[in-house]
Each structure stands twice: as C-alpha cells, then as structure tokens.
Write a protein that binds this ligand. Structure first.
Ligand SMILES: [Zn+2]
Length: 242
C-alpha cells in the first residue's frame, strides 16, 4: 500500500457498497466476497475457449462444433447473485465508483502478458446517451492505465447499428441481433495492424455472441490477430451447474 493509499483509507475508511457496513480492505463485506464464484476455483472447470462451466477441463461442444473468432476467454467471475447486484448497480443505478471496485476484484485474476491492446465492446450512441457511460470502457480504463502494456484502444471498434438488448433474446436471436453491427474505426487501423494479440472486453458474457461479433469484425480486416475475450462475469448460456 502506498502512502497515499493509506492516507486515503484513513480519510475514507472502506465500506461495503452493498451493506454499508465498515470493512477491512475491500469496499465489499467478507460475506459477499466469499460468495463470489470464479471459473478458476478448484472445483469449477470451464471451457478453455468460451469459459462455459464444464464438468471437466477442455473445450465445450459448442466451441468444438462452431469455434468462435476468439481463441480464449478469461472470465473474472461467474454471474451469480453478488456479482449480478454489483454489475446492475454499476450499470443501471449509475454507481460509477463500482467500476473501480469491480476492476480491483478482477485484476488479480487477469493474465495480460502477450496482449498488446484492450478493446472495450462499444455501446451505441443512443444507449450511451441514455446511460451516460460505457461500462466496458470504464472497466477497461480501471484495468489498463497510463503508458503500461497493454494499451487501451477505447474507440477501435464502433457500433454502427442500434440493437435490441441481448438479455431478452435466445442464443440464436443473439447471433442475428449483433450481425453487421460493428465496424473497425479508420483511425485505429494502423495500430491494430501492428498488434499481435488483442483482448475484447465486456462486463457480462452469456453466449459470447457480442464478443464473437466484435472478434469477427476485427479478424475480417486483421486475420493475423490473436483474440482473447475478457469478461468480468460469465453467465451460463445453457443449463449448467455453477
Ligand atoms: Zn466453449
């Protein structure tokens, strides 16, 4: 802890964002911290490609049958109740400070080596206007700071069409809903051409249709790119026991 951080802690003692109670280190009470469930926990395996929970380590049937355009997924947590409460408060109650907590919880579990750039999934301008911020970009800003590697490419991919909310659709509809929705921004082309591996970042991943569509958009112009999907929380896409 730096001197500034201890001063900050003295000035603003940590408090749980969900219960309001005083805490030791995190802005989340221990009870809630214990309830967070992670794909890498010893008893929980996941698909190496899409992080779908599996009974054994390996690649899931869906990824074997139609592999997504990204090679690997790093999911911070499963989208279980505490994570759901945190993300919904962050997004829908505009509690922007939660972005910092969520990034702090996620960062120790993210392997960034070999990733040249991080690209947040963009929001359409209408949704951005409504919400006031892009949650994926806010998380990316907290995770990737300053001149350190990887670099943040906040607007490398643009959303050129508004879409219905993915949450209301089934797996097949989700794929159709995001087709042709993204485009690579001309200003980012030179940087992307020089990258070997990039990560596309989103807050919640369910079927992976949105992340896959961004990856397809990138691969269409930069087939040499290796792509990872980074999701703060992985929701189960079909019946599987978390
Ligand atoms: Zn999979």
């Amino acid at each position: 802890m730096t001197q500034f951080e201890s001063f900050e802690k003295w000035l603003f003692p940590p408090r749980c964002v969900l219960s309001g109670k005083a805490t030791q280190d995190w802005d989340l009470a221990d009870d809630y911290l214990r309830k967070l469930s992670r794909p890498a926990d010893a008893d929980k395996k996941g698909c190496f490609v899409c992080a779908e929970p599996l009974a054994v380590d390996g690649v899931c049937g869906r990824c074997l049958q139609s592999p997504p355009a990204f090679e690997q997924t790093q999911a911070g947590f499963y989208y279980t109740s505490v994570m759901q409460d945190l993300i919904q408060a962050f997004k829908y109650q505009q509690q922007l400070h939660l972005g910092r907590l969520l990034a702090q919880l996620w960062q120790p579990h993210l392997a960034m080596q070999g990733v040249d750039a991080v690209i947040p999934v963009p929001l359409h301008a209408d949704r951005l206007l409504e919400r006031g911020f892009n949650q994926a970009l806010e998380l990316a800003r907290q995770l990737v700071s300053g001149d350190e590697h990887p670099q943040l490419l906040p607007f490398a991919v643009r959303r050129i069409k508004a879409t219905a909310a993915q949450a209301l659709l089934d797996a097949q509809q989700r794929q159709q809903n995001v087709r042709g929705v993204f485009a690579v921004d001309a200003a980012a082309k030179k940087t992307l051409a020089a990258c070997r591996q990039v990560a596309i970042l989103d807050d919640v991943m369910t079927t992976g249709a949105t992340l896959n569509q961004v990856a397809l958009t990138l691969k269409a112009q930069f087939p040499h790119l290796k792509i990872q999907a980074w999701a703060l929380a992985r929701a189960r896409s079909h019946a599987s026991d978390l």
